[in-house]
Design a protein around this ligand. Structure first.
Ligand code: HEM
Length: 256
């Protein structure tokens, strides 16, 4: 079950990464930066060079985090490819820093679509990502591997937050018809979501860090929970990909 959840998560994150590279990245050579505003208004503002560069760097760094995060977990857990783990670890830490700083620069200069609550939620998120990236790298360099592992788990839990944010919206918009969501991202659902995409992940990360061997009863519960989570990840990936990712990729590639 755990493997199924891991595979479903990896596939889903890879789909999100491909969408970012083709749709957002592809808009640059196509001179179609206005397309960035199709999902969120005013992500691109003509003439605002610094925030455009910051958010562009943040998009591409985010795609790197999505693509190599699961591979980093595999090589770290098995310890079979230490060189690859070290190289990818550096890339991952730099990408986390760029995604965090790019997002924070954008928030300071332009602000998020959802206003104060979303600014606070996303700023805390960006600072947490940067702190976790620095601590993960610093403890690896010092060979403090228990601490390195703990911070790496926190970093991955945070990084998958950006992906979970889209999946949660995908499910909510389709299954609950967007109750509490407003187009300006200032509805009650949006204000909860400004924090909900990473705070629960951090709590689960702390449980994993402090975990003892589970009893056979909690094994059964764990299997049921991870099974349900796998179905949810599959369903929400399909909903989000069919409505947003694929139509945007197809339009960029001219196959729509
Ligand atoms: C894995 C890491 C990340 C990925 C893949 C990612 C991806 C994206 C994408 C694709 C968008 C454009 C909107 C959309 O299509 O959904 C976006 C917007 C944004 N992201 Fe990120 N992001 C990541 C991390 C972060 C971090 C750490 C911050 C923290 C500061 C952040 C702050 C923002 C902001 C402020 C916006 C613009 C929202 C608005 O205009 O209101 N992101 N991100």
């Amino acid at each position: 079950m755990n493997r199924a959840l891991f595979a479903a998560t990896w596939i889903s994150m890879a789909c999100f990464a491909i969408y970012i590279v083709i749709f957002y990245g592809g808009a640059i050579p196509a001179h179609a930066l206005d397309d960035w505003n199709l999902l969120l208004p005013d992500v691109y503002v003509k003439g605002a060079f610094v925030q455009t560069a910051a958010i562009a760097a943040h998009f591409l760094a985010g795609a790197v985090l999505l693509a190599i995060g699961p591979a980093q977990i595999v090589t770290g857990q098995r310890g079979t490819m230490p060189k690859l783990h070290r190289v990818m670890g550096r890339v991952y830490a730099i990408a986390a820093g760029v995604a965090g700083f790019g997002g924070l620069t954008y928030i300071v200069l332009q602000g998020t679509v959802g206003g104060t609550v979303m600014n606070i939620g996303f700023s805390l998120y960006g600072v947490s990502v940067i702190v976790a990236a620095i601590e993960t790298y610093r403890n690896a360099r010092r060979k403090q591997f228990d601490r390195h592992r703990a911070w790496a788990i926190r970093l991955v839990a945070l990084a998958i937050g950006s992906w979970l944010f889209r999946l949660d919206y995908g499910l909510w918009l389709k299954a609950i018809h967007g109750l509490g969501h407003s187009h300006s991202y200032r509805g009650p659902f949006d204000q909860v979501m400004a924090f909900f995409f990473y705070v629960p992940n951090l709590l689960i990360a702390e449980m994993i860090i402090r975990r003892r061997e589970p009893s056979s009863r909690s094994h059964v519960t764990l299997n049921v929970v991870t099974g349900a989570a796998t179905v949810l990840v599959g369903t929400s990936t399909y909903l989000f990909a069919a409505s947003y990712w694929w139509p945007h990729i197809a339009a960029r590639l001219g196959i729509a």
